[in-house]
Design a protein around this ligand. Structure first.
Ligand code: S3P
Length: 436
């Protein structure tokens, strides 16, 4: 897929459903008793894998129409008859393993080559302390077989800021004698806590030492509910940054989730001088949403505070693209977690930007993008970028190609469908030149 220098991008679009909330809606719906109807579900490949997994664990999962799903929870999981393949989805497999660990069953999980290379020890460690057992490949890699049931209480302090690990422990805690407690030194996205409450569970959250302490008391019962999934800020980031770097552009993305733990990118772009405005802020299903408008802006490089990383961890690739068009360097530090995503995103962004003529400095847990110099504006482009099957690496470089001097091509564009199946149509609708 190749993106070429486009004219101004203009229009109003709707962001696809939030990926994190979509996975959780299906999993909590399957764990609950009764019917959950979901509207606005992201129908990306990752979430479809989770829907299939919920059916494999005994729930009813029926598609009623576009983004509309009916989940019939049976109050617990039963043993799946076959291997559960979570595809590319780290969130899917880690949350489902947590949920499954609470039941007397054995389940074998696998995924695609990317997911089989990612660390599962971070969830296996707390689940093991609670009493779950498993057999896996060296280094805690998939495929692995998990044996659940008989879990006991733990008070677990997250070694890394990971909402996936926090969520896996909380979901396991639903069926642990004595419940569970998680301490997170830095606050991470809190959709699991919010949604558990929506399903009728009691979740206590208190601020502690700059982070949070989350307590799930024992004996929680989940009851089916209705969920409206807000637009994904991690996907909205692509058309918004495209507008910021493409002269003459003005783009509005409607219905974007504005949860304070997810909007680090908007804060950072604002500090870079981006002309962004948020209108029509409202509450939908326990989350804040709004319509975000971006206009072409002269950006300047900034230092991104490391403590902001959890609130924008998936947005550093597209921030790096914005930084390439900014005047002066943008330093992103404390982003080591980027190396264990769908790909090593620090390495791939550094390589892709360098191939497009952007000066970068890569550190073990940092990336600095040098940006442009006034009077010598512009990013060369003209490269074919290797994405290692990572959807966000692909979309980021295509956005770069819209404002670069020469076209930018990405390999494996099919992977974009894991999180943003409508990306190509949406971007073309705004005036982007992208050829498949
Ligand atoms: C997610 C948490 C983050 C994020 C991922 C979605 C979630 O991962 O990168 O895309 O839904 O909980 P980590 O928990 O590994 O930080």
């Amino acid at each position: 897929m190749t993106a070429s220098h486009a004219g101004a991008l203009t229009g109003r679009v709707r962001a696809p459903g939030d990926k994190s909330i979509s996975h959780r809606a299906l999993i909590l719906g399957a764990l609950a008793t009764g019917v959950t109807e979901v509207e606005g579900l992201l129908e990306g490949e990752d979430v479809k894998r989770t829907a299939a997994a919920m059916a494999a664990f005994g729930a009813g999962a029926e598609r009623l129409g576009e983004g509309r799903w009916r989940i019939e929870g049976r109050g617990g999981f039963t043993e799946p008859a076959d291997i559960v393949d979570c595809g590319n989805a780290g969130t899917g497999v880690r949350l489902i393993m947590g949920a499954a660990a609470g039941f007397e069953l054995s389940a074998t999980f696998t995924g695609d080559a990317s997911l089989r290379g990612r660390p599962m020890n971070r969830v296996l460690k707390p689940l093991g302390e609670m009493g779950a057992r498993w057999i896996c490949r060296a280094g805690g890699r998939l495929p692995l077989t998990l044996q659940g049931g008989g879990l006991k209480h733990i008070a677990y302090r997250l070694p890394e800021p990971s909402a996936q690990v926090k969520s896996a422990v909380l979901l396991a805690g639903l069926n642990a004698a004595g419940g569970v407690e998680v301490m997170e030194p830095e606050a991470t996205r809190d959709h699991t806590e919010r949604m558990l409450r929506g399903f009728g569970a009691e979740v206590l959250v208190e601020e502690a030492d700059g982070g949070r302490r989350i307590v799930l008391p024992p004996g929680q019962r989940l009851t089916g509910t209705n969920i409206r999934v807000p637009g994904d800020p991690s996907s909205a980031a692509f058309p918004l940054v495209a507008a910021l770097i493409t002269p003459g552009s003005q783009v509005t993305v409607e219905g974007v989730l504005l949860n304070p733990l997810r909007i680090g990118l908007l804060d950072t772009l604002g500090e870079m001088g981006a002309d962004l405005s948020v209108a029509n802020v409202r509450e939908e299903g326990g989350e804040l949403v709004g319509d975000v408008t971006a206009r072409h802006s002269e950006l300047v490089g900034v230092e991104v505070p490391p403590e902001r990383a959890p609130s924008m961890i998936d947005e550093y690739p597209i921030l790096a693209v914005a930084a390439a068009f900014a005047e002066g360097p943008t330093a992103m530090r404390g982003i080591g977690e980027m190396r264990v995503k769908e790909s090593d995103r620090i390495a791939l962004m550094a390589a892709g930007l360098a191939a497009c003529g952007v000066a970068v400095e890569e550190g073990p847990d940092s990336l600095t993008v040098m940006g442009t110099v006034r009077g010598n504006h512009g990013v060369a482009g003209g490269a074919r970028v290797t994405t290692h099957g990572d959807h966000r690496i692909a979309m980021s470089h295509l956005i770069l190609g819209l404002a670069a001097g020469a076209p930018v091509a990405v390999d494996e564009p099919g992977m974009i469908a894991t999180s943003f199946p409508g990306f190509l149509a949406l971007m073309r609708g705004l005036g982007a030149e992208i050829s498949a």
